[in-house]
Design a protein around this ligand. Structure first.
Ligand code: NAP
Ligand code: MG
Length: 462
């Protein structure tokens, strides 16, 4: 067992089973059996749809419980857990349920003496390894398409945030998902994650987390059975703010929420602002004001917008990065310190700084906290170079009132998503993922079905 600590106040919220390699092996074998039986994989898609929709409605029925668990486990403000985390997870499951009986195969062009069918088939056993920042949402992004397409899944949540994945699995069983099709094994990365990554009966790993661990999964696959791996890794997403931005206040609002929502612990958080020189002062002033108004509060209080960071250890790391940035010559404009709205919790002030050297770690490395770095650009061309000047490529935004300029810049930003005059707008219908160090593979949309199926050709002689 291990203790699951709430970052709200440092208290122990649960004792959680500490999954071992043996537990992973049991879970994988159960998943394999269920898959080979065909009880789920070969079911009529309308049947899978029925079960998944029933699961979605059970999530609705238990929405308050799930929101409370998520908030206590990772420190999300309860209002966000209620309005964003739970409904997004639920909607994702319902979306793939609704889609799965409407996806057709193909007939390939052939001569008159043949019929060549191209259809999707599930891969088999999928191992899903999840980070702590959005446990409900990312779990749903993996489970919904993997299960809708007929796979069996073994899921390992992050050690900091196992509670809602376990609750979701209980509800899935209640919804009628057959035994063995979904298995959740909580535990630590080295003890449960690695054996899953190396298991010879796992056909696919879908991973969201850090670059370092993502690359380990490629290694595990290469050294075991060559299983498929998709990786959704971190980001250092830039806003490019051009001098002809139409509405600076609107940009400030989007930039502020884009970094301080979930205390900056978002893979695509807009953690950099690359701004044309003439606008630096007014933009920095407004962002500083925005950060001042973003006061850390008790996640259990419905009026809180900036909750806790996931753990004290993570908070210490974020504070250390800000301190090092100041040592590197960055100008701290606001924040930078620990806060204590609830005794014993892991809180930090919303922080804005101006970075002077694009090579500084505060510009190059993911902070995963409420820390925004402003970078000055000479012109649009320089802004593009600065925006693309990190190893990451998850998301970016352009702010300009000129539609031609905005599209020209957007086209040259290397990222899986580029927003124009907005930030963090998305839907289940749009794919999400990255390029470069941010990984490969896409969650959400019908394209995610590609990650959990292979194309089978059946050639018939006529
Ligand atoms: P992490 O340390 O990479 O952990 C992710 C998962 O991998 C956890 O379940 C973790 O287990 C497991 N793990 C850790 N070490 C492992 C190992 N040696 N072998 C196998 N599994 C291992 O990432 P995190 O700290 O949870 O999350 C933050 C990171 O995720 C950030 O870099 C963020 O940008 C990224 N992220 C990316 C996206 C995206 O879609 N691109 C979305 C969200 C987050 P334990 O925690 O139990 O050790
Ligand atoms: Mg926790």
């Amino acid at each position: 067992m291990f203790e699951d600590i709430s970052p709200r106040d440092g208290s122990v919220v649960a004792e959680v089973a500490r999954g071992s390699a043996d537990d992973i092996d049991l879970a994988v074998r159960a998943a394999r059996r269920a898959f080979d039986d065909g009880v789920w994989a070969l079911a009529d898609p309308r049947e899978r749809k029925r079960v998944l929709l029933r699961w979605a409605s059970l999530i609705d029925e238990h929405s308050e419980e799930l929101a409370q668990l998520e908030s206590a486990d990772v420190g999300h403000p309860i209002t966000d857990a209620r309005n964003v985390d739970v409904p997004n997870a639920r909607n994702c499951i319902a979306w793939y349920a609704e889609a799965i009986d409407k996806v057709y195969g193909e007939i390939a062009p052939t001569g008159a003496d043949a019929l060549a069918l191209v259809g999707r088939e599930p891969l088999g056993v999928v191992g899903a390894v999840i980070p702590w920042n959005y446990p409900l949402i990312i779990t749903a992004w993996k489970l919904a398409p993997a299960l809708a397409t007929g796979n069996s899944v073994v899921l390992k949540p992050a050690e900091q945030s196992p509670l809602t994945a376990l609750a979701l699995a209980e509800l899935a069983a209640e919804a009628g998902l057959p035994d063995g099709v979904l298995n959740v094994v909580p535990g630590f990365g080295e003890e449960a994650g690695e054996p899953l990554g190396r298991h010879p009966l796992v056909d696919k790993i879908t991973f969201t987390g850090s670059v370092d661990v993502g690359r380990r999964f490629l290694r595990y696959a290469g050294e075991s059975n060559g299983k498929a791996v998709s990786l959704e890794l971190g980001g250092k997403s830039p806003h490019v703010v051009l001098a002809d931005v139409e509405d600076l206040d609107r940009a400030v609002d989007a930039i502020g929420w884009g970094i301080f929502y979930n205390a900056g612990q978002t893979c695509h958080a807009g953690s950099r602002v690359v701004v044309e020189r003439g606008l630096v002062a007014p933009l920095a002033e407004r962002l500083t004001q925005f950060a001042r108004e973003m006061v850390p509060g008790d996640p259990a209080d419905p009026s809180t917008t900036l909750g806790a960071l996931v753990s004290d250890e993570h908070l210490e790391g974020v504070l250390g990065r800000v301190e090092r940035a100041a040592g590197d010559g960055a100008r701290l404009l606001v924040g930078g310190a620990r806060a204590e709205p609830v005794a014993g919790g892991a809180y930090m002030e919303a922080t804005v700084l101006e970075a002077l050297d694009p090579a500084d770690p505060i510009v190059q490395e993911e902070v995963f906290g409420p820390v925004l770095a402003i970078q000055q650009a000479d012109d649009a061309e320089h802004a593009i170079a600065l925006a693309n000047g990190t190893g990451y490529g998850l998301a970016a935004a352009v702010w300009s009132s000129n539609i031609t300029t905005a599209h020209r810049v957007a086209r040259r930003l290397r990222a899986g998503t580029v927003w124009i005059n907005t930030f963090d707008a998305s839907s289940l219908a749009t794919p999400f993922g990255g390029v470069k160090d941010s990984g490969h593979g896409r969650d959400r949309s019908l394209h995610a079905l590609d990650a959990y199926t292979h194309l089978k050709t059946t050639w018939v002689a006529l």
